[in-house]
Design a protein around this ligand. Sequence first.
Ligand SMILES: [Zn+2]
Length: 91
Amino acid sequence: MTRFKAVAKVKRFSCEDLAELTPLYLDDALDTPAREGFDHHLAECLTCAGHVTGLRVTVDTLGDLPAGPAETLSERTRGRLLSAFRASRHP
Ligand SMILES: [Zn+2]
């Protein structure tokens, strides 16, 4: 994750970057330029905004979810995240 630490100005993240950084964002572990870039992307990208909102709700619900990369999540946890994600996007 250190490659995101040396950014001097607001960075434009791709959707893949957002997915990678979401656990850090939810854990309030991003530095300011990364966080601003993250927020900027969320303002422009409804897909990622919905994704992050869904994950935030899920993290709040689960409480004990480890703040690690998505790859470390068990299949069961991933399924619960996906369910919450879909529910959060339902009108
Ligand atoms: Zn996006």
